[in-house]
Write a protein that binds this ligand. Structure first.
Ligand code: NAD
Length: 434
C-alpha cells in the first residue's frame, strides 16, 4: 500500500502528517511512503531526513497520482480535491461536523474520507489514535507559555536583591485535556493556579496537578455524555457568569478552554467581568472561534487590549505553533489508525466496527457517517433508499445512514454536532487488527 504525505495548504499550518520516525515504522510494517518535497519544512523536518527513513520524495502531482491513501493534518483545499481520483482515501482532521460541505465534496469525488477528529475517544483501542487529545495537550501547554509571555510580571515567586515578586495568580476555566495541561504548565512556571469546570469530577485531576478547584454554589454539575459537558440552560449560564466574575477579578491571568461538543463555545467572561479585571491582566481564550469564544469580544488569532488594560489573546491554532512536537504526536496517531485500518495491503473498511464507523466520513461516493445524516427524508417513500452510486452532477452527495451504530444515542444533538464519541465506555481492549 502506498501512502503519501502532502504539504499542508492552510495559511499558518506548519505541521506535517508524518515524521521520519513514523515513516520508518510504517515502512517496516509494509507500507510504501511517499512525501511531497518540502512537506516537513514548516516543522524543521528536511526531505533528506524523510528519505533516510525510507520515504520517496516526490512532487505534489506524483504524490496525488500514486497514493492509495493521502495523509494530511488539516483539510484538503479545492485544488487538492480536484486532483484526487475515485477510490483513493484521505486522512486528516477534516472537521466534517462543522464543515459538512467538505464531506459532500469528498463523496462526490468518490474518495474515502477518514477524519482523525472523529475517533471515538472513549474506546480503549483508540487511545493511540486520539489526535484531539494529542493536539489539545500541546495547545494547553502553549497557552500557558503565551500567557506568561504576555504578562508583564513573573509567574514564579522571586526573591532578589532588587525586591520580591509575588507569584502570578492563574485561573484555568475548563479542565479537559487542554485545561489540565495548562494547569500543569503554569504550575511548573511557579504560578498559583486555580481552576473551574462544570464537570466537578475533574476536581481530583486539578488537585493532583497542584491546582485549587473552584466550586460554584450557583451551578451544579453539567456533565454530559461521553465525558463531555452539556450546554447550560440560560439560567445556569447567567448564574455561572455572575459568580465566576468575582473569581476572575482577583486573577492576574485567565486561560479559558471551555467547549461543548456541537455548540459554540460557552461565554464565561462577559464584558462586565472584563471591566472588573485589573490593568495588566492577561486572558488567553482557547475557545476563540468565528462563532465567538469563552471571552466577550475575543477573535481567533487576534490580540486586543481592553480600555481598562486587559490583554485578551484569542488563540489561533496553537499546535501549529509547536509544529515539530505536534507533528510527531499526530504522526503516531495517524500511523496507529492506518495500521488498524489496513489488512493485507489494502484498506479493510468495516462499518460494523465502532471505531471505523466513527472515523469513516465518506465511502463509495456517499457520505456515510451517521452524524451527518440529513434528518429530513431526502427521497420520496417509493424511491430506493440508497442509490448505488452518487450522480456525478449531484449538488449534494447522498447520505447513507444505514451504518448508524446501534447505540446512536452518541450521535450529536444538532447538525453542527459533536465528535462521534462512542460514549459507551466499551470494555473492548482489542489490539490493532494489523
Ligand atoms: P472539550 O474540549 O470538549 O471541553 C473542555 C472542557 O470544557 C471540558 O472539561 C468541559 O467540561 C469544559 N466546559 C464545557 N462547558 C463549560 C462551562 N460552561 N464552564 C466550564 N467548563 C466548561 O473536552 P476535552 O478536553 O476534549 O475532553 C473532555 C473530557 O473527555 C476529558 O477531560 C476526559 O475526561 C474525556 N476524554 C476521555 C477520553 C478517554 O476516555 N480516553 C479521551 C479524551 C477525552
Amino acid at each position: 500500500m502506498k501512502v503519501a504525505v502532502l504539504r499542508e495548504t492552510a495559511s499558518g499550518e506548519r505541521r506535517v502528517a508524518l515524521v521520519p520516525e513514523a515513516v520508518a515504522k510504517l515502512q517496516a510494517a509494509g507500507f510504501e511512503v511517499l512525501l511531497q518535497s518540502g512537506a516537513g519544512d514548516g516543522a524543521w523536518l528536511t526531505d533528506d531526513s524523510f528519505a533516510e527513513a525510507g520515504a520517496s520524495i516526490v512532487d505534489r502531482a506524483e504524490a496525488l497520482a500514486a497514493a492509495d491513501v493521502l495523509l494530511m493534518v488539516g483539510k484538503p483545499d479545492e485544488a487538492t480535491i480536484s486532483g484526487l481520483r475515485k477510490g483513493q482515501a484521505i486522512v486528516g482532521l477534516l472537521a466534517p461536523l462543522t464543515d459538512p460541505a467538505l464531506a459532500t465534496r469528498l463523496a462526490q469525488a468518490g474518495v474515502t474520507a477518514i477524519s482523525m477528529d472523529m475517533i471515538p475517544r472513549t474506546l480503549p483501542r483508540a487511545q493511540s489514535m486520539d489526535a484531539l487529545s494529542s493536539q489539545a495537550n500541546i495547545a494547553g501547554y502553549k497557552a500557558a507559555l503565551v500567557a506568561a509571555a504576555a504578562y508583564g510580571r513573573f509567574f514564579p515567586l522571586l526573591i532578589t536583591a532588587a525586591g520580591t515578586a509575588r507569584p502570578a495568580k492563574v485561573l484555568v476555566l475548563g479542565t479537559g485535556v487542554a485545561g489540565l495541561q495548562a494547569i500543569g504548565t503554569a504550575r511548573r512556571l511557579g504560578a498559583v493556579v486555580s481552576a473551574y469546570d462544570v464537570r466537578p469530577e475533574t476536581r481530583a485531576e486539578v488537585e493532583s496537578l497542584g491546582g485549587t478547584f473552584i466550586e460554584l454554589t450557583s451551578v451544579g454539575s453539567a456533565a454530559g455524555a461521553g465525558g463531555y459537558a452539556r450546554a447550560l440552560t440560560e439560567e445556569e449560564r447567567q448564574a455561572q457568569q455572575d459568580e465566576l466574575a468575582g473569581h476572575i477579578a482577583a486573577q492576574d491571568v485567565v486561560i479559558t478552554t471551555a467547549q461543548v461538543p456541537g455548540r459554540r463555545p460557552p461565554l464565561l467572561i462577559t464584558s462586565h467581568a472584563l471591566k472588573a479585571m485589573t490593568p495588566g491582566s492577561v486572558i488567553v481564550d482557547m475557545g476563540a472561534s468565528e462563532l465567538g469564544g469563552n471571552v466577550a469580544g475575543s477573535r481567533p488569532g487576534e490580540t486586543i487590549v481592553t480600555e481598562n488594560g486587559v490583554t485578551v489573546i484569542g488563540a489561533g491554532s496553537l499546535p501549529s505553533t509547536m509544529p515539530t512536537a505536534a507533528s510527531a504526536m499526530y504522526a503516531r496517531n495517524v500511523s496507529a489508525l492506518l495500521q488498524y485500518l489496513v489488512k493485507d495491503g489494502a484498506l479493510a473498511i468495516d462499518r460494523d466496527d465502532d471505531l471505523q464507523a466513527g472515523v469513516l466520513i465518506t465511502h463509495d461516493g456517499r457520505v456515510v457517517h451517521p452524524a451527518l445524516a440529513d434528518p429530513a427524508p431526502a427521497e420520496p417513500a417509493a424511491a430506493p433508499a440508497e442509490p448505488a452510486t452518487a450522480p456525478a452532477d449531484s449538488a449534494a452527495a447522498p447520505v447513507d445512514s444505514a451504518a448508524a451504530p446501534a447505540d446512536s444515542e452518541t450521535a450529536p444533538v444538532d447538525s453542527a454536532a459533536a465528535p462521534a464519541d462512542s460514549a459507551g465506555g466499551t470494555a473492548d481492549v482489542d489490539g490493532p487488527a494489523h
